[in-house]
Design a protein around this ligand. Structure first.
Ligand SMILES: *Cc1c(COP(=O)(O)O)cnc(C)c1O
Length: 394
């Protein structure tokens, strides 16, 4: 097998070996249903409690404020739908942003069809929410503000503490989708006035299909899955015990390695960004130069089709992601790149590369050399580029 350079860690990450190891006994040995009464099921029960504690500690929360779900999408759905329902008597207005993940945006649209009003805030050219606009959007009937901690496409980190403060000054609940941020930046739910927070295991070297929603004590929120009494009667269904155990192990690992790991990633990210910006003409970096996730780089190459670039990188063993939402079968460029003001034709030539701590300088050199070669090849085939060069020559 040719060497694989995996630069799509915003899409998912490798499950860490120590995480897999922690999970295995809960498939084979301690498979008891945590809700059963016999001693054997106690192993499962204890393992869940331990994981919940580890996760709560990482956020400065209480264990009973952590509710396990089946992933980030479910947590986002739950946070919005259940708050909307529980607080509808107080008001029906929700504020979010134009750059949220579809798990938030499509849920917000669902609520709009059911009588709620949603304000989608603009962001500035680097993808940061404008606090003045947020303040102006607040109304007496606003019940919830939901702003993602860090963006999954361009990596921009939001002024979460300030947003939380504004929300609480107005007595409004504050939810944040921290799926990309948790494990990459230190988070304190109290410091940032966060009432609800979504996270997902597979984005931080944990298993897929497990997530949690942090719900601050006192927040009125309805049960999302009805059935048994699991998760304090708010999320029914037999617990994903191995998943929860792996999640705890992944969070522990993420917390313990954060400083060193993210410093390494940021160094390689900056090396990648510097080389691309210096050596490839007609390119721009999307997102903020410094205020971004340590592992995120996102570029737009003029006169290049992002999908073609991806396919040709794949032939060289490089996994990346493009800014156009072709996965959804639409040709529309990413809503995030639109929101930061990129014209369609520029947004279409976008490439997101998200690193992990295993990526070396040699890997980056190989990636940059490949990108340079492919971008030139694609431009040589582009009539738009030909016209552009002719005009330049005049
Ligand atoms: C991946 C992601 C999600 C969805 O998480 P899943 O566990 O895959 O459902 C939600 N929000 C953001 C910002 C993400 O990056």
């Amino acid at each position: 097998m040719k060497k694989l350079i995996y630069l799509d860690n915003a899409a998912t990450t490798k499950t860490a070996p120590e995480v897999v190891e922690a999970m295995l006994p809960y498939f084979t040995e301690f498979y008891g249903n945590p809700s059963s009464v016999y001693e054997f099921s106690g192993h499962s029960k204890e393992a869940i409690a331990k994981s919940r504690e580890t996760i709560a500690k990482a956020l400065g929360a209480k264990p009973e404020e952590i509710y396990f779900t089946a992933g980030g999408s479910e947590s986002d759905n739950w946070a919005l739908k259940a708050t909307a329902e529980a607080y509808a008597d107080k008001g029906k207005h929700i504020i979010t942003t134009k750059i949220e993940h579809h798990a938030i945006l499509h849920t917000a649209e669902y609520l709009e069809k059911r009588g709620f009003e949603v304000t989608y805030l603009d962001v500035d050219e680097s993808g940061v929410v404008k606090l003045e606009e947020l303040k102006k959007a607040i109304r007496p009937d606003t019940i919830l503000i939901s702003v993602m901690y860090a963006n999954n496409e361009i990596g921009t980190i939001q002024p979460i503490r300030e947003i939380g403060q504004i929300a609480h000054e107005h007595g409004i609940l504050f939810h944040t989708d921290a799926v990309q941020a948790f494990g990459q930046v230190p988070i304190s739910v109290d410091d940032c006035h966060i009432d609800m927070l979504s996270s997902s295991g597979h984005k931080l070297n944990g298993p897929k299909g497990i997530g949690f929603l942090y719900i601050r004590k006192g927040v009125k929120i309805r049960s999302f899955v009805h059935g048994g009494a699991q998760e304090r009667k708010r999320r029914a269904g037999t617990e994903n015990v191995p998943g929860i155990v792996g999640y705890g192990a992944a969070v522990e690992r993420a917390v313990n390695t954060m400083t060193e790991r993210t410093a390494k990633e940021a160094e390689m990210r900056d090396y990648l960004i510097d080389r691309i910006l210096k050596e490839v003409p007609y390119v721009r970096l999307n997102g903020h130069r410094t205020n971004r996730l340590p592992n995120n780089a996102n570029f737009s190459f003029q006169f290049v089709e992002g999908e073609s670039l991806l396919i040709m990188l794949d032939m060289k063993g490089i996994c990346g992601s493009s800014g156009s939402a072709c996965t959804s079968g639409s040709l529309d460029p990413s809503h995030v790149l639109m929101a930061i003001g990129l014209p369609h034709e520029i947004a279409h030539g976008s490439l997101r590369l998200t690193l992990n701590e295993e990526i070396t300088r040699e890997d980056i050199d190989y990636v940059v050399d490949s990108v340079k070669e492919i971008v030139q090849k694609l431009r040589d085939m582009s009539p738009l580029y030909e016209d552009f060069v002719k005009k330049q020559a005049k």
